[in-house]
Design a protein around this ligand. Sequence first.
Ligand code: TMP
Length: 430
Amino acid sequence: MYSYPYDAVLFDLDGTLTNSEQGIIQSMLYALEQVGAKVPAGVNMRCVIGPPLMESLMGILGLPCEQAREAIGHYSRHFNREGMYQYTVYPHIRSILQMLRDGGVYVALATSKPVLPAMAVLNHFGLTHFFNRIITEEDNEKIVNKPELIRRALPERFGHAAMVGDRFYDVEGALQNHIDAIGAGYGFGTEDELLKAGATHVVPDTEALRAFLCPGATVPRGFFLSVEGLDGSGKTTQVDRLEKSLKEYGFSVLRTREPGGCPISEEIRHTILTTEHMEMCAPCEALLYAAARAQHVCEVIRPAVERGMLVLCDRFVDSSIAYQGGGRELGTDVVRQINAPAVGEMLPDATVYLNVDYRQALSRRHSASSLDRIEVESGEFHARVQAAYEELIHNDPKRFLVIDGQQDADTVAADVLDAVLNRLEPEIED
Ligand code: TMP
């Protein structure tokens, strides 16, 4: 049994939940350029992350009031158009918010961002639903400042509360409200700045933040996502892009592949795929894929899902059913049986299938790099693989996210991300 140290936790946004460095600095540089102003010598642009905009423009960048007002208009337009999309959610933040909520802790946001951009960022990343209360500045000019924002964000009654933030404003605001101040040392302030302001505790990263806020708690089970498709379906490119996007949304992604993913299974991969072993019989091939999978599940996939990671796996047991069951004509049941001890209960929670006709996939593949022992197989072999995939999808339509892989790569990437986010976090608006 564990108990959390706080029954109310308040968070700052920029530099605490989200890494907003590029989004804010680029929007600020754009605004300065539009009003013909320059960054004063010796000013580190990271200092503009955290304070209200007017304070950054006038106090830090030295603009007169009228010019600062004009700059805000340019800043906001750039922010809405581009800046917001350059944000990323820090790793583990999603699980911290989830664990606090599951533990019955009151969770609130207290940010100096005005309501419109703050809500746009929270909605874009699907974070809004984690908060009991969201307190922002009303707009760029009516500033009530951090201590008052924190006061408004606190619940009517609480036992032990803390504010988590990355700048001295957050620490001072917390102390003025007589609550603990936890410094997010990974954000835009320095540890020195946070300690000097009186932080109760400074965490170096979000993993330490999780351990501090939720000591002893079990991290909720992660998610197992596999990606399937014929050779030449563009799978590897799409897995690269999906991995990058999911990390930007703050998911703790572990990317891996089959056959392979750990030393023993990578060695088996080489044995299976090399064209030196053209004599390999179909049962041997199926058993080797299953052997590689057994080690991969045991050493990589299961522990990562149990640690709360999102495992993104390029191919899994569906590939064996399609290629060895269908392509090699061993039959679906035999291949399932061979794989039962390897897979156990570790079936994917969702599977992206990149749907490309085998003729098109093969012509793409043949124009690419050197071919392995499976890719050199005939058109009929790949037609059987495709038919087996279609049957798998037909029998398990809930698990499969079927994406038209014949579109251009950008459209496919957008469709894949959309379908996956929809499955992972229906609250995300994209
Ligand atoms: P890859 O090119 O996607 O890395 O996959 C390697 C090849 O192995 C590909 O042609 C598909 C094949 N394969 C199977 O035949 N059965 C399996 O279980 C797996 C995982 C892959």
